[in-house]
Write a protein that binds this ligand. Structure first.
Ligand code: 0RA
Length: 648
């Protein structure tokens, strides 16, 4: 212990100071999670954010427009900015160089008072000294007043005092650190995690250029984030794969009572709300007073415009908040001096005064904007009015489906060729692409336990339709009634008439698209069916290999090559034919290759991870309302099925 505490500073003129320093940094090393949240992946990345935040502060103060982050091969990170440089002169009261103060004293940031909106609260703004304490090695280089200054530390303790090491043309601060393996359970940085946050910071601080370079691969990789348009570009980026209701995002900023409000919003044709809120660059995942103020003003303004323009003439309803937010993409950023963060993860703004401020700003500016841009106003109101109508229609449609599927004697769809057994555990239903394939399947099935429901062409894209339209679609109604277990909140697995639902589509891009539409439908309307492992994909063969009387079928190219080697004589002239679709196959072939339980392969549909996020994201990307994006995805993922599916 005595050794740990013995200072590495040689000069003794600030001995008392260095003891407090050691105590402080020791506290950080003892309880790192208290300062950075965890010592796992999140905590590790937090180190980078902490250093970058300091450079962002310099940018907010107006002296820095570029930040470069580099990931090195040894898992060290460098953050360089072109700000004024951390002061290197001796601090008047603390009696050590400013840069040493910033790197060794907890919460030293406040001693400089560079800008009013310093990120603070929650885990943010704990200071670079925390990063220093948790780094195996840290070097800071400051270009200032024509000279390059440098000092180094090991686990927060100075190993090289501040010294001038050369000349400097400009100004700036560079911090390089290597996270301490004694502290962290994970040492490897994740590109996408850092890129996502740096992109976000670049959007939130329009005009600031942030680059990320990864030197760990064979070739270095760099991405630069620079958005002159700030939040407007942020919203356009969020809507990049969406069809928008009005071409340009609505944008306004205002400062009231020292609170800066910056908002951009744009409606898209979808039905979800995507609002992101930030306070002093911190993502307030849990919302708070700024969000409450915004929502109240949005609903009020939309209703006001609707009234003024007579959009609700004969309607006997008002527009609800949900109606006003349908298809909304919005980024709301407020800056204030003393944010209070509350909630489970300290990402909920608590300052009560902010609610009224944001409300007033939105009432005034959004109202004015829509008055001055009546075309935009009309488009938005039209969208909200149709949302209100759909809400009513959806309620009716849900009632209808609930009644239909809930009844014992519900009328089964005419197209369904049902099976004769009635123990659901033994029964399976094939959803088959196209009437002709449906015909072969009906002939090739074992009618005791296999039911066939042919589907005509592409089914409705449920990701793009409102619930009333979804439930009004004939093909979808047929699926729901055939299964007989209802949908969404009303879904009851125990009532399912089959324990295997098998999607059988052609082995081509169109077939994959239809399968993905169907998977999306089940994912949204009957997620329990997937959770319970009851949804499958059939795997029809792609090739038929024949030599003399011998015929075998191959699923794909690889399988074909295997079979050619294994099943046939090396010099046999094997006739290889490729199926164009299920409809081309004879009933007996379909039975033998795809439907007979003793010979077929089934893929069980599973969610990519327990949190569902990747799947939800993939589905959203796949099904979003811009056709080109969807097509790209299918092309990129010709093997899309196998990524999310498990062979059974
Ligand atoms: C305190 C005062 C001044 C700048 C900074 C800190 C500063 C800190 C960091 C951390 C990373 N990059 C930074 N850039 C600047 C202002 C000094 C002056 O008045 O010139």
């Amino acid at each position: 212990m005595a050794k740990e505490n013995s200072t590495s500073h040689s000069s003794s003129d600030y001995g008392a100071q260095s003891i407090t320093v050691l105590k402080g940094l020791e506290a950080v090393r003892k309880r790192p999670a208290m300062y950075i949240g965890s010592t796992g992946e999140n905590g590790l990345h937090h180190l980078v954010y902490e250093v970058v935040d300091n450079s962002i502060d310099e940018a907010l103060a107006g002296f820095c427009d570029q930040i470069d982050v580099t990931l090195h091969k040894d898992n060290a990170v460098t953050v360089a900015d072109n700000g004024r440089g951390i002061p290197v002169d001796i601090h008047p009261t603390e009696k050590i160089p400013g840069v040493e103060l910033a790197l060794t004293v907890l919460h030293a940031g406040g001693k400089f008072d560079r800008n009013a909106y310093k990120v603070s609260g929650g885990l943010h703004g704990v200071g670079v000294s925390v990063v220093n304490a948790l780094s195996e090695k840290l070097t800071v280089t400051v270009d200032r007043a024509g000279a390059r200054h440098q000092m180094s530390f090991v686990r927060g303790q100075t190993t090289q005092k501040l010294a001038v090491i050369g000349l400097a043309a400009g100004t700036g601060t560079t911090v390089s650190f290597k996270p301490d393996p004694q502290i962290f359970t994970v040492l490897e940085f994740t590109w996408s995690t850092l890129a996502d946050r740096l992109r976000q910071l670049a959007f939130l601080n329009g005009g600031l250029r942030i680059s990320l370079t990864d030197e760990r691969g064979e070739e270095p990789r760099t991405e630069t984030f620079y958005y002159k348009g700030g939040l407007v570009e942020f919203v356009s980026w969020l809507n990049r794969n969406k069809k928008v209701v009005h071409p340009k995002p609505v944008h306004f900023t205002a400062t009231r009572d020292d609170v800066e409000v910056d908002i951009a919003l744009q409606y898209e044709e979808g039905y979800n709300e995507n609002t992101f809120t930030f306070v002093n660059n911190i993502n307030t995942h849990e919302g708070g007073t700024h969000l409450t103020g915004f929502r109240a003003a949005l609903t009020r303004t939309i209703n006001e415009v609707a009234k003024k323009t007579n959009a609700l003439k004969k309607a006997d309803f008002t527009l609800s908040g949900d109606d006003a937010r349908e298809g909304l993409t919005c980024v709301l950023h407020v800056k204030l001096r003393e944010p209070q963060f509350e909630g489970q993860t300290k990402t909920k703004l608590g300052n009560s005064e902010v609610e009224g401020i944001v409300r007033a700003v939105v009432n005034e500016h959004l109202g004015n904007y829509l008055d001055e841009n009546p075309g935009v106003g009309r488009a938005i109101i039209e969208k909200a009015v149709s949302a209100a109508r759909a809400r009513e229609a959806a309620r009716k449609a849900r009632d209808l489906v609930r009644k239909k599927s809930g009844l014992e004697n519900a009328v089964l769809p005419g197209k369904l060729a049902d099976c004769s057994l009635d123990d659901p555990a033994l029964c399976e239903m094939y959803l088959v692409e196209g009437d002709s394939a449906g015909g072969s399947a009906k002939q090739g099935r074992d009618r005791s336990f296999q039911a066939i429901l042919p589907l005509r062409g592409k089914i409705l894209n449920v990701e793009r339709a409102r619930i009333d339209k979804i439930l009004g679609n004939e093909e979808i109604r047929a699926i729901i009634t055939a299964i007989g277990a209802g949908v969404r909140e009303d879904f009851n697995l125990a009532e399912a008439r089959y324990h295997k639902i098998i999607l059988m589509t052609d082995a081509d891009v169109d077939g994959a698209h239809i399968a993905s539409l169907l998977i999306t439908f089940f994912y949204r309307q009957m997620p329990k069916l997937i959770d319970d492992g009851k949804l499958y994909l059939a795997v029809p063969p792609l090739f038929r290999l024949q030599h003399g009387g011998k015929i075998v079928y191959a699923r794909d190219d690889k399988h074909k090559e295997q079979l050619l080697k294994k099943e046939f004589n090396a010099n046999a002239k094997v006739e290889v034919s490729r199926f164009k679709g299920l409809g081309e196959m004879m009933a007996a072939q379909l039975k033998e290759t795809t439907m007979d339980p003793s010979k077929r392969t089934l893929l069980r549909v599973v969610l990519a991870d327990k949190e569902r996020k990747p799947t939800a994201k993939a589905v959203e990307r796949l099904m979003g309302n811009k056709a080109e994006a969807r097509f790209d995805f299918i092309q990129e993922n010709a093997e899309f099925a196998s990524a999310d599916l498990l062979d059974v």
